[in-house]
Every structure is written in C-alpha cells, then in structure tokens.
Design a protein around this ligand. Structure first.
Ligand SMILES: Cc1cc2nc3c(=O)[nH]c(=O)nc-3n(C[C@H](O)[C@H](O)[C@H](O)COP(=O)(O)OP(=O)(O)OC[C@H]3O[C@@H](n4cnc5c(N)ncnc54)[C@H](O)[C@@H]3O)c2cc1C
Length: 387
C-alpha cells in the first residue's frame, strides 16, 4: 500500500535534517577511523528505520518502497554506510515476510522492526559470488536438526547480527535458513574468521564467517518444509529490493558529490573568476545534473513497479546499473572540479570516490545486471511477440 504522501515527506524531511545536523559533520571522522556509528544506529532505531518495510501488524512502519528508497538516499547523502546497516537487515526481513511461515513472521519480525535484532544476509562465499549456484556451504539433515558447515564471505553486519538469513545446500538444493545467534565474534559453531579491510564503506563490518558443525533446528528452514530447495528463488526475489536500495544509495552519494562540486565551483577562483564561469566546468555540472535527475527517475520507476507486486528485475537492474555508474562518474567529476583539494581528506569528495564503486559491485555486479536486464527484456519480447 502506498505510504501517505504527507507522512512520507515528513519522514524524509526529518531524516534529512538529522543527517545535516548530526551525520555530515562527523561522517568523515567516523569513516577514517573505521568506527561503528553506534549513536547514529540508535537514532535510526528511534526513527523506526529498522522496521521501515515491516508490516504494521509486526510493529514496523510498513513504508512503500519509494519512501524507503528516499530514506536510503538521504542517509547516503550523509554517509553511505548508514544505508548499509539497514540493507541486509531489510532483505532478511523481506525474505521472512514474503516466504516465512506464520510462526517465523511472528517470532522474528517484531524484534527486527525495533532493531533489537539486527540481521545479516549471507549468500556469497569465497568461490561463489556472481555464480550463486556454486555455493558449497552445507546443511546436512540430522533428525530434527540441520548441521551447518562452510565458509561465507562478505557478510555485511555479520558480527553484530543477531540473525543471519543464510543460503546453504540441502539435499533438495539451495535452501534459506534463519539462523539466530548472539552478536559477537563467535556463537556455537559460528565464528567470524576474518574482518575484511575495505577501500570504503567503512564503519560497518564486512566479515568472513565460518560454520563448523553448527546445529540449527529444522524450524529454521525459511518457509518450513515447503521452503526446502527454494532458497535461490526466494533470494532472487528479495534481491530486487536490495538493488533498489543500492540504486537509492548511489543517488545519495551522487547528489552529495554534485552539491560538493556546485559549492566548490562558487568558492574557487582561477584567472580572476569563480571556476563555474569557465564553460568546461559548466558543461561538467550540466552533465552531472542530467545524470543525477535520470538516476532519481529510474529509482522511482523500479520502486513503483516493485510496489505494485510486479516482477521488477529489469527495472531494479536498470536502476542499480545506471545509478551506480553515475555515482562513480559524479564522484570522479566532483573530485576533478575540486582540483588538488579533491585528492585530500580536507573535503568529503575523496570518501564519495571510495564509496561509489561498492555500488557497482555489490548486490550483483553491473556485468551481471546487464545479463539480468537483457534476459528479462528478451523474455518480455518473446511473451509479447509469440511466433
Ligand atoms: C563490501 C562488500 C559487501 C558485501 N556484502 C555482502 C553481503 O552482505 N552478503 C552477501 O551475500 N554478499 C555480499 N557481498 C558480495 C557481493 O555481492 C559479491 O562481491 C558480488 O556479487 C560479486 O561476486 P564476486 O566478488 O565473487 O565476483 P565474481 O563473481 O568472481 O566476479 C568477478 C568479475 O567477473 C565478472 N563476471 C562474473 N561472472 C560473469 C558473467 N557470467 N558474465 C560476465 N561477467 C562476469 C564480474 O562482473 C566481475 O567483474 C559484498 C561485497 C562487498 C565488496
């Protein structure tokens, strides 16, 4: 259901104001120190953002996808990592809401809505990223339990998570498990085997996690017995939401890079005039603004399609592809407009330049997005033009 437009505008304005006042002034400091943004996460809890997509009956805000995307944009305008705290959590909540049993929804969603339990989403492995079929993490049935063994890579929020939506192989195929754990470096047979140092996207952890004989009850299979072997199907559906999140994040970073360029182009003078009087800079600003506007419209189009309950793989793929390439381009152009100062830590543009590439890689690389888009387009064409 569409969110009341007034409520949506009010929420977006509140978050925007908070980002301006409490995030932007400290974001680079946190980022350079690679420090977890604890106070900001607490505020995001207070805003209800951990439950932004969770139905009201489970204590969430039940926002439509467009409002959710606008909020992710605002957070990323200040610091992209903040939207990363919420993304895998929201994907996990979406998986449980759409494909979980009644019992699973009642057990997990209320605690996820408040942020009391924070979730991670764990599909990738050291040797399985784009090729999701190649995962090796095993869930062996043993009476009323499954025994988990394997190594998972790139688990964002993995250490602090109290719940992991985990993809593992059962005899039926890829199955999704809702694995509960205590936040921290180890729990039962689960351990954080490595914290991955990153170019950007700092402050929140991305880790390697090892499962060594960790036992979970059968009731943790997402969707119950009917969910066995359906994990890939479930995950691909929820990744559409993840891709809209990434696209919205990219718009936030692109907007920040553009605003920084605009501001600097008024302040910096060369040859006796502000640099925005030079046509070369004006053309850059024009191209940047045009691509930024197109990015916003693509996010809107994907969000609206997803909201209508229609398959949105093509639109989410297009938004993710275009917005992330735009964010990287705008971060680079903004850095060039800043001249030598853009290459220093004096201005946040260096952070945008390091954060932007993640959106090109995460949630399926842009090469994979092109495959998804082309496949979807060809399938639609075939359906509309039966021979
Ligand atoms: C900071 C960060 C956080 C992440 N967080 C999470 C998370 O929370 N949970 C999670 O499950 N995953 C997460 N990921 C993993 C991410 O989704 C993968 O890195 C991504 O899907 C790419 O997989 P890969 O790294 O194995 O690259 P590969 O699949 O090895 O790809 C390498 C290159 O080959 C290209 N390529 C691969 N196959 C094809 C093909 N068929 N045609 C054309 N080109 C191809 C790719 O586009 C890429 O350029 C995260 C990654 C990063 C960097």
């Amino acid at each position: 259901m569409a969110t009341d437009p007034e409520l949506a505008d009010e929420l977006v304005a509140t978050v925007r104001e908070w980002v301006r006042k409490d995030v932007i002034p400290v974001a680079s400091e946190y980022e350079h120190a690679d420090r977890y943004p604890e106070p900001m996460v607490e505020q995001m809890k207070a805003f209800g953002l951990f439950g932004s997509r969770i139905p009201e009956e489970y204590g969430g805000l039940e926002l439509d996808v467009l409002t959710y995307a606008r909020l992710m944009e605002e957070l990323s305008y200040g610091w992209m990592s903040l939207a990363g705290v919420l993304n895998t959590h929201t994907i996990a909540a979406n998986l449980i809401e759409r494909f979980g049993t009644d019992e699973q929804r009642k057990t997990h969603l209320p605690r996820m809505a408040t942020g009391e339990v924070r979730a991670a989403f764990s599909l990738s492995e050291p040797d399985a990223g784009s090729d999701t079929q190649a995962i090796r993490c095993k869930a062996a049935p043993d009476g009323d339990e499954y025994i988990l063994d394997g190594t998972k890579m790139w688990v964002t929020n993995g250490e602090r998570a109290g719940l992991v939506a985990l993809a593992a192989k059962t005899p039926e195929g890829i199955t999704c498990f809702i694995v509960e754990k205590d936040p921290g470096p180890s729990f039962g047979g689960i351990s954080v085997s490595k914290t991955i140092p990153k170019l950007g996207y700092k402050g929140i952890e991305t880790v390697e996690m090892t499962y060594a004989g960790h036992r979970v009850p059968r009731s943790t299979v997402l969707g119950g017995e009917a969910g066995l072997g359906k994990g890939r199907h479930f995950i691909l559906g929820s990744l559409e939401l993840g891709r809209i999140n990434i696209a919205a994040r990219a718009v936030g970073v692109a907007r920040a890079a553009f605003d920084a360029a605009m501001k600097y182009s008024h302040e910096r003078e060369t040859f006796g005039v502000p640099i925005n009087k030079h046509q070369a800079i004006q053309f850059k600003l024009a191209d940047m603004a045009t691509k930024l506007e197109a990015s916003k419209l693509l996010v809107r189009s994907a969000a609206e399609k997803f909201e209508r309950g229609e398959r949105a793989d093509v639109e989410a793929g297009m938004a993710k592809l275009f917005c992330s390439e735009t964010a990287f381009e705008l971060a680079t152009e903004s850095m060039r407009i800043h001249g030598g100062y853009g290459y220093t830590q004096e201005f946040p543009v260096e952070r945008y330049y390091r954060d932007a590439p993640l959106m090109i890689i995460g949630e399926g690389t842009n090469e994979i997005q092109r495959i998804v888009i082309a496949r979807g387009l060809l399938a639609r064409w075939a359906a509309e033009h039966p021979s």
